[in-house]
Design a protein around this ligand. Structure first.
Ligand code: UT7
Length: 330
């Protein structure tokens, strides 16, 4: 019997309309377009409306992925959502999206792996589908980072944007085979990127609000070094695990955290030309879990890949968490 393959048979993404430019940020904090572009490569990012939430963005991306896969919501068996900005601590954002898109037969759950969320979901969906436990899995990464960004902290507020991405993973139909996924985590470094309050360790109090503990806090410099090292190692492990070399990769889609991080990783791949490294960081900033999925959807909408072409994905984020994955066009 041939082994069941997990394939991405449809993708979708959603970016809110409102654009926050570097010039807008110059009016809010002590920063400059020149500093932001030089240090991050970012020019603008998208910001959700006050009444537009993570589940709304996730549902829009999901419906687009379903349409792209020629499927209806009632064909989905499981919905997995990656987010660090859920609508509520509970119920899960997966359940809210299940209701809004009418995926009546689907079970649903949220996964929290920060910026590596999309790759964690791909790995879970791959094993669900390959094992035969579920036939059609909808994975959604969605973030309203503007809700947990401190617009008085210039070291973080310039970085983050809102948006969502989704994929339908199935064993049937033509698509991108999820060939190999390599994941990692290091909870010893949990303090490097953290939202200190709002969980059971530090529930909201007047003091926690006054001291801005409900916002993202990040040791930028430290995180930068880990990001480059971990994503490079994850990519190399993943290639080795799949029995591939970098020469066989058509596209690298890295987490869109910072253009300098992307460039530093690119330098470590001598056979991957610059134009084969897919970037959206300049226009959407860092959208955490959604970033790799948004870039993947954008790449695929440019035109179909040729059979045999491979895409290498990599991400890194709070936890710490990291990972890499290989997709192969049929
Ligand atoms: O998605 C999860 C993973 N996240 C990441 O991978 C992010 C990793 N980190 C980074 O991307 C970078 O560390 C940042 C973009 C956050 C910061 O860049 P940096 O080159 O590491 O700057 P820095 O933190 O070393 O700060 C350099 C200087 C400081 O001033 P002094 O102390 O040298 O006088 C900062 O106060 O730049 C200052 N600074 C700013 N100046 C103008 C920090 N933020 C700003 C700003 N505008 N927005």
């Amino acid at each position: 019997m041939t082994r069941r393959k997990a394939k991405i048979i449809g993708t979708g993404s959603y970016l809110p309309e409102k654009v926050l430019t570097n010039q807008d940020l110059e009016k809010i904090v002590d920063t400059s377009d020149e500093w932001i572009v030089t240090r991050t490569g970012m020019k603008e990012r998208r910001i959700a409306k006050d009444d537009e939430f993570t589940s709304h963005m996730g549902a829009k991306a999901a419906l687009e992925a379903l349409a792209n896969a020629n499927m209806t919501p009632d064909q989905i068996d499981f919905i997995l959502v990656a987010t660090l900005t859920p609508d509520y601590a509970f119920p899960s954002t997966a359940c809210l999206i299940q209701s809004s898109i009418g995926a009546k037969k689907a079970a649903g759950a949220d996964v929290q792996a920060a910026c590596t969320g999309f790759l964690y979901l791909l790995s879970m969906a791959k094993s669900f589908v390959e094992s035969g436990l579920y036939k059609n899995v909808l994975i959604i990464a969605a973030e309203k980072l503007s809700a947990i960004t401190n617009y008085k902290d210039r070291s973080t507020c310039i970085l983050f944007g809102d948006g969502a991405a989704a994929c339908v993973i199935s064993s049937e139909g033509k698509g991108l085979v999820v060939e190999n996924i390599q994941l990692g985590a290091d909870g010893d470094q949990a303090d490097l990127i953290i939202m200190p309050a709002g969980g059971s360790r530090k529930p909201a109090t007047l003091e926690s609000v006054a001291s801005c503990e409900h916002y993202i806090k990040m040791a930028g410099n430290e995180v930068f070094k880990h990001a480059v090292r971990r994503m490079e190692a994850a990519c190399k492990d993943c290639l080795e695990g799949a029995g591939l070399t970098e020469k066989e990769i058509s596209w690298l889609i890295p987490h869109q955290a910072n253009m300098r991080i992307i460039d530093a990783i690119a330098k470590r791949f001598e056979h991957l030309p610059q134009e084969r490294i897919f970037k959206t960081v300049q226009k959407y900033g860092n959208t955490s879990a959604s970033s790799v999925g948004i870039a993947l959807d954008e790449l695929l909408r440019r035109g179909p890949l040729q059979p045999g072409e491979k895409i290498l994905l990599t991400a890194f984020g709070a936890g710490l968490t990291w990972g890499a994955g290989i997709l192969g066009a049929e």
